[in-house]
Design a protein around this ligand. Structure first.
Ligand code: HEM
Length: 431
C-alpha cells in the first residue's frame, strides 16, 4: 500500500460520510495502510495506523515522542499527573503508583468491591428501569475512592462528586477546541473549582491524620518529594482515568451481552458452574474463560480510550513519512481493533475469537485496549480484577432486559454508549 499525504478535503468527506471521527479514521487506516496524514484547517496529525507504526511510537522509538501536549485541556487539568508527564518525573511517579495496582495484593480489595456492588444492587427494584451506565459510574467511583485512597464516601455524596468529575471529563473530551484552539468554550468552572477544593481538603485531612493507612493517598503524603500540588495532580488523574474507563467498558460489556442472548447464557452458565450463588473470590477469576473472552471482545469493539496521542519531540520519520518536531501523532486504537485485514467479521461481537488460541491477539500491537510499551495502563490489572468481580456479581444477582435496541458510541474522554444503557430489572436475587 502506498503511503501518501491524504488531502484534507478527502479526509473530511470520509469523516462526514461515516458520521463518526472513529469510523472515518478506520476507513482511512484501511485505505492507506501503515501511516497517513490528517490535515484540516487548524489541525495536523500523523496517524500511526498499522500495528507496526503503533509499536514504533509506543515502544521501539518511544524516546522520540512525548505524552505531554502543552496547551491541551488534558494537561491543563492533570498538570503533572502521571498520564501527561515524561522522562524522569514520569518514571518516579510510576514507581510510587505501580506497586499498589498490581500483583496478588489486589485480592484484598475484592470484599470492598463486592460490598459496594451489593449496595448498589440493593437500590434496584423489580420492574424499575435503571441506566446501567450511570449505576456503574457511581459504583466504580465508590470502589476507587475506597480501595485506592481509603476515602469512604457515603452513597448520598457520590452523585455530587460524579457531577463534578463529569464536568472535568467534559472539559478534556475532544471537541472543536482541537481545530480552534482559542475559540469559545462552555466550561463549568464552578464545578472544576469545587473539585479542586474537595481534593485539597482530602489531602489536608490525610496529612493531619497521625495514623495513616496503607493506601495510595497516605503513601503519597509520606513521600517527601511529593508536595500537595503533585499529589493533587495524581489524585485527579487516577480518579478520572480509573473510573470513567471501567464504567465505559462494563457498560458496553453488559449492553453487548444483553443484546446477544446466546453469549449471555454461556457466560451465566459458566458463572453458575464455577461460582454458584456464593460471592466470587479472587481465585475464581482464573477459572472463567467465557467471561474473560466476552470482556476482552467488548474492549476490542469499544476500547474505552479509542485514540492515543503523542507529540514528536524532534524531527523524525515513521513508515517513510517525515515528521517535523512538535507534530501530533495519533494511534487509532479503535481502528486497529476493527481492521478487516486482521479481524474476521470485525464489527461483530464474537467473544469466541478470544477463546480460540490461533485467533487470540499475538501480544502484538493490533489489540491495545490498555495501550502498549512502558506507558501501558498502570491500572490495567486493577481494572481487570475489579471489572470482572462487578460483572459476576451483577450477573449472579440481577436478571435484566434491555430497554434499547442498539447502542451507538459517543466519543467523549472515553468511548461510552450514547444515551446510556437503560434496562428493566426483571428479577433480583438476595446476596
Ligand atoms: C478498562 C479500564 C481501563 C482502560 C481501557 C484503560 C486504558 C488506558 C490506556 C489505553 C492507557 C495508555 C495511555 C497512553 O499511552 O497515552 C492508560 C494509561 C493510564 N491509565 Fe488506564 N485504563 C483503564 C483503567 C485504569 C484504572 C483503573 C486506572 C487507575 C486506577 C488507570 C490509570 C491510568 C493511568 C494513570 C495511565 C497513565 C500511565 C502512564 O502514562 O504511565 N487506568 N489507560
Amino acid at each position: 500500500m502506498s503511503l501518501r499525504k491524504i488531502p484534507s478535503l478527502q479526509a473530511a468527506c470520509r469523516m462526514i460520510r461515516h458520521r463518526s471521527l472513529l469510523e472515518g479514521l478506520l476507513a482511512l487506516s484501511e485505505a492507506h495502510g501503515k501511516a497517513f496524514w490528517l490535515a484540516w484547517p487548524g489541525f495536523r496529525a500523523l496517524v500511526a495506523a498499522g500495528p507496526h507504526a503503533a509499536r514504533t511510537v509506543l515502544l521501539e522509538e518511544r524516546g522520540r515522542f512525548r505524552s505531554r501536549i502543552e496547551g491541551d485541556p488534558v494537561v491543563r487539568l492533570f498538570r503533572h499527573g502521571l498520564l501527561v508527564t515524561d522522562g524522569d518525573l514520569h518514571e518516579a511517579l510510576r514507581r510510587e503508583i505501580e506497586p499498589f495496582l498490581r500483583g496478588p495484593g489486589l485480592a484484598r480489595w475484592v470484599p470492598r468491591i463486592l460490598h459496594r456492588t451489593d449496595e448498589r444492587i440493593s437500590r434496584w427494584v423489580v420492574g424499575d428501569r435503571v441506566d446501567l451506565l450511570e449505576e456503574l459510574r457511581l459504583l466504580t467511583l465508590g470502589v476507587l475512592m475506597e480501595s485506592l485512597f481509603n476515602l469512604s464516601i457515603e452513597e448520598a455524596h457520590l452523585p455530587p462528586l460524579a457531577r463534578m468529575l463529569k464536568a472535568a471529563v467534559a472539559y478534556i473530551s475532544p471537541g472543536l477546541w482541537l481545530l480552534w484552539k482559542n475559540g469559545p468554550r462552555r466550561i463549568d468552572t464552578a464545578a472544576l473549582d469545587h473539585l479542586d477544593r474537595q481534593i485539597d481538603q482530602w489531602i489536608q485531612d490525610r496529612r493531619r491524620e497521625s495514623r495513616r493507612g496503607e493506601d495510595l493517598l497516605s503513601h503519597w503524603t509520606r513521600c517527601e518529594w511529593m508536595d500537595d500540588a503533585l499529589i493533587r495532580d495524581q489524585l485527579i488523574t487516577l480518579l478520572i482515568a480509573g473510573h470513567d474507563t471501567v464504567t465505559a467498558w462494563l457498560a458496553w460489556t453488559l449492553a453487548l451481552l444483553l443484546t446477544h442472548p446466546a453469549e449471555m447464557e454461556q457466560v451465566q452458565a459458566e458463572i453458575r458452574r464455577v461460582v454458584g450463588d456464593r460471592p466470587p473470590t479472587f481465585e475464581d477469576l482464573r477459572r472463567l474463560p467465557l467471561l474473560d473472552a466476552a470482556a476482552r471482545e467488548s474492549m476490542r469493539l469499544y476500547p474505552p480510550i479509542p485514540v492515543l496521542n503523542r507529540i514528536a519531540s524532534a524531527s523524525t520519520s515513521l513508515e517513510g513519512l517525515a515528521i517535523p518536531s512538535g507534530v501530533r501523532v495519533m494511534i487509532p486504537i479503535y481502528a486497529l481493533h476493527r481492521r478487516s485485514d486482521r479481524w474476521e467479521e470485525a464489527h461483530c461481537f464474537r467473544p469466541e475469537r478470544f477463546r480460540n488460541p490461533a485467533a487470540k491477539p499475538s501480544g502484538g500491537f493490533d489489540y491495545l485496549p490498555f495501550g502498549g510499551g512502558p506507558r501501558f495502563c498502570v491500572g490495567a490489572s486493577f481494572a481487570w480484577m475489579e471489572g470482572r468481580i462487578i460483572l459476576i456479581r451483577i450477573l449472579q444477582r440481577a436478571r435484566m432486559e434491555p430497554a434499547f435496541r442498539e447502542r451507538a458510541a459517543r466519543l467523549g474522554a472515553t468511548l461510552e454508549p450514547r444515551d446510556g444503557v437503560p434496562v428493566k430489572i426483571c428479577e433480583l436475587r438476595d446476596p
